[in-house]
Design a protein around this ligand. Structure first.
Ligand code: TXA
Ligand code: MG
Length: 317
């Protein structure tokens, strides 16, 4: 496949109908969600899902999120619980993923769950994602639309940079509003556990639940599927908690400070989240090492710092 073999589609009904037909044929199509762009394939088809892993170069022990239209669709694949009901009522559609036990008659390809007996499900809020799910009329497995281990894509241009020529199409509907992947909550046992901080602050979830979320200990969190230490990594080296650039570095700032690019001059965490991956993509193109200013570790800052730690982590590539 050459770069030009990836069709660039709009969010028009005609184009989304074409995208849905490609997905029905077992092809991979990248589409926008409110968090990041996802690389979709029919979650019921092993060969289709295999194309996601191949395009991303993703290890097949790292399971995928199934995107569905609504709670009723989610219930066809997983065993639902009271806590799932409360969280879905409060936050779906939106940047929240729930991990629940698979039903016996689920019909989901085992490559999606990497052989686990649980499934991650999410109802995205982005109108183009919603319309694509309605037209496709089935579950879409969709990881973030970036090469495995690299910076997530928040624009169609990022998707094409990383995966152009390796996927059938991308639906371009502009930049993603949230800019961080969904928050993942595990509901498979009796506990309600934070599996990945993300675009929905944990404080907001805990306010609805009326109690605090269980946390996995760091060692476990970093060795569990998909929580690899080196992830979201630019090609350039990354240094954290920088207050000034050292010789040769470019500085990514936060709040009022002199720097090459700023996540949010007004120190607004939602703005910083929506800029994070796009700014990293941009700085990565300079080829210079990247220094990054400290970001407060509350609200969305927890997920921002999680991504930054992984971007800066030692790599074995
Ligand atoms: O916002 C998002 O969540 C984006 C958009 C496209 O929806 N998707 C996304 O997918 O971030 P991905 O594949 O980059 O991250 C999915 C994470 C991985 O860390 C994976 O290990 C975890 O979800 N995961 C998937 N299924 C799981 C399961 N059954 N149990 C535990 N973790 C699971
Ligand atoms: Mg990802």
């Amino acid at each position: 496949m050459s770069h030009t073999d990836t069709a660039i589609l709009t969010a028009s009904t005609a184009d989304l109908t074409r995208a849905a037909a490609m997905l029905a044929r077992g092809e991979t199509v990248a589409f926008p969600t409110e968090t990041v762009y996802g690389l979709g394939a029919d979650a019921r088809s092993g060969p289709a899902v295999a194309r996601i892993y191949a395009a991303k170069g993703r290890p097949t022990f790292n399971p995928l999120i199934a995107h569905v239209r609504d709670v009723a669709s989610a219930k066809r694949y997983v065993t639902w619980t009271g806590t799932a009901d409360r969280l879905a009522a409060a936050f779906w559609p939106g940047p929240l993923t729930l991990v629940l036990p698979l039903r016996a008659d689920h019909g989901i390809a085992s490559l999606v769950t990497a052989g686990l007996d649980t499934l991650a499900v999410r109802v995205p809020a982005h109108p183009a994602a919603q319309r694509l799910l309605a037209l496709f009329d089935g579950p879409l497995a969709a990881p973030s639309a970036n090469p495995s281990g690299r910076i997530s894509a928040t624009t169609a241009a990022h998707v094409l940079d990383g995966l152009g020529g390796r996927i059938a199409a991308v639906v371009d509907d502009g930049p993603c509003a949230v800019g961080l992947e969904s928050t993942i909550i595990g509901l498979e046992g009796k506990d309600t556990t934070l599996l990945r901080p993300g675009g929905l602050p944990t404080e907001t979830i805990e306010a609805v639940l009326g109690h605090s979320l269980g946390r996995r200990d760091q060692t476990e969190a970093l060795t569990a599927p998909g929580q690899m230490l080196s992830h979201y990594a630019p090609a350039a080296a990354v240094r954290l908690n920088a207050t000034a650039a050292r010789k040769g570095e470019t500085l990514l700032g936060f709040g009022a400070m002199g720097c090459d690019l700023n996540l949010s001059r007004g120190a607004d965490l939602a703005e910083a989240a929506s800029n994070l991956f796009a700014h990293l993509h941009k700085l990565d193109q300079t080829g210079r090492p990247i220094a990054i200013a400290p970001v407060p570790n509350t609200g969305l800052g927890v997920a921002i710092n999680d991504r930054l730690r992984r971007a800066a982590a030692p790599r074995d590539r």
